[in-house]
Design a protein around this ligand. Structure first.
Ligand SMILES: Cc1ncc(COP(=O)(O)O)c(C=O)c1O
Length: 438
């Protein structure tokens, strides 16, 4: 199959460029029309297999499932906006109770907002209020959002931050990157990063008495699907516990069953003090949650809020999605395990076959391939990555990049094995072609 780029598609893209502000989409000319399950159609009728989950939003299938769509339609006819900041409403309370029932012991409060970045803003405020400390530590290559508070923590690309700072009271530490490490042993990489935090940052620059929280993505998402060694995350927990520093797990991309667990941090045998969730939480509708340990108490009244938090249509979708998750948790865990095996087996074969694939990695269904100019130099294969994404698009597979030269493979957890294999075939064919040109 070759995708047809019609005049109408070109027309919409050119009008978009004239009137839509500050968005940098370039990888391919997709003008979406509809989606269902494993598939997406554009306005010309081209059909695609989706390996993007629309930026990690449709974990259980493109455009949610029938139950999510039904409750959304019903709620629209009753009441959309409940002014949850000022009035009471039962549905958000029920959703909060449902989310808390999925959390480790001791979690008691949920703050609802509309996007990942807002959940992070809330987590920053709660960390400062609960500890009465002012510095926040995050990691290089982290992505926590684009509003000024969360952007202070984000450090994936200079284009996100340039001319927008300064971002006060933020310190960045090294996140272990096993593929790009100077050490052969992942444990050495992990140890070096931890030592830097303990012996340099906290010992010489920022006293633990002034650091309120460390924010971590259990798997770095936008930064390139980088999976840290378990020891690193466990050591971070030790450091934070010893120093009355809060550990905040940003599960906005990695949570909600994507890694085979409700909380990605559970893969490391560690519990955080605050979790943030968004993206797939709403089953397609915008909603985010900041979930805190009861022991942190309530932030001072009025310290945070937002007109649209607790929107009833989003809450209805999130509740239907969570009910589906709870009913099917075991089955979803199995799907993630099985599909991880299929993807990783194929990615490992691809890595041995093609020079331009330097590394492949995956935790659950957060899987990725990193492109290089040559396996020996590991020089990032930025152009190669773009060409592979474009070639896949031309043949009916949607993919998104992340990091400098990585492609993430994040199909819906519910993807059929047939479509998974089909997508992986298109992916390998594209790599074969691009590899042959280099
Ligand atoms: C880990 C993580 N945190 C925060 C965000 C920000 O979420 P949003 O774009 O909904 O503000 C993202 C978005 O990609 C993310 O991946």
């Amino acid at each position: 199959m070759k995708v047809r780029i019609t005049g109408k598609i070109k027309n919409i893209i050119s009008r978009d460029r004239k009137v839509i502000s500050a968005i940098a989409r370039e990888p391919y000319p997709l003008v979406v029309a509809k989606g269902s399950g494993d598939h997406v159609w554009d306005i010309a009728g081209n059909k695609f297999i989706d390996f993007t989950t629309f930026i990690s939003v449709y974990n259980f299938g493109v455009n949610g499932n029938a139950e999510i769509r039904r409750v959304v339609k019903n709620q629209v006819d009753k009441l959309m906006h409940p002014a949850f900041l000022d009035f009471y409403s039962e549905a958000p309370v029920k959703l909060a109770e449902g989310i808390i029932s999925m959390m480790p012991h001791g979690f008691g409060k949920v703050f609802f907002s509309n996007s990942g970045t807002e959940a992070i803003e809330d987590a920053i405020k709660i960390s400062k209020l609960a500890t009465k400390k002012s510095y926040i530590m995050a990691f290089y290559n982290a992505f926590h959002g684009r509003t000024i508070g969360s952007l202070g923590l984000t450090s994936t690309k200079i284009s996100n931050r340039e001319h927008i700072g300064p971002f006060p009271n933020v310190v960045h530490a090294m996140y272990p990157n096993v593929y790009r490490s100077k050490y052969d042993d992942p444990e050495e990489e992990s140890k070096a990063c931890i030592e830097h935090i303990e012996k340099n940052i906290l010992a010489k620059e920022y006293s633990p008495k002034e650091v309120a929280a460390i924010f971590i993505e259990p798997v770095q998402g936008e930064g390139g699907y980088v999976i840290p060694p378990k020891s690193f995350v466990r050591e971070l927990r030790r450091i934070t516990s010893e120093n009355n520093i809060l550990l905040v797990s940003d599960e906005i991309q990695s949570g909600y069953m994507r890694t085979g667990k409700f909380l990605a941090l559970d893969n490391f045998g560690v519990t955080a003090d605050i979790y943030t969730m968004a993206k797939s939480l709403g089953g397609g509708m915008p909603i985010a949650a900041t979930i805190t340990k009861s022991a942190l108490g309530d932030p001072q009244l009025g310290a945070h809020g937002g007109t649209f938090g607790g929107n009833l249509v989003s809450v209805a979708a999130a509740t239907a999605s969570l009910n589906y998750l709870k009913r099917n948790k075991k089955a979803l865990e199995k799907m993630v395990r099985e599909k991880n095996k299929i993807i990783m087996k194929r990615l490992n074969q691809i890595k041995t076959r093609y020079e331009i694939v330097g590394d492949v990695r995956g935790l659950g269904l957060m899987t990725a391939a990193e492109f290089v100019k040559s396996k020996k130099t590991k020089e990032p294969g930025v152009k190669e990555r773009e060409e592979v994404i474009g070639e896949c698009f031309n043949n009916g597979l949607l993919l998104l990049g992340c990091g400098t030269s990585t492609i993430r493979i994040i199909p819906p957890i519910t993807v059929s094995k047939e479509n998974l294999e089909k997508g992986l075939d298109i992916f390998e064919d594209a790599i074969k072609l691009v590899n042959s040109r280099h």
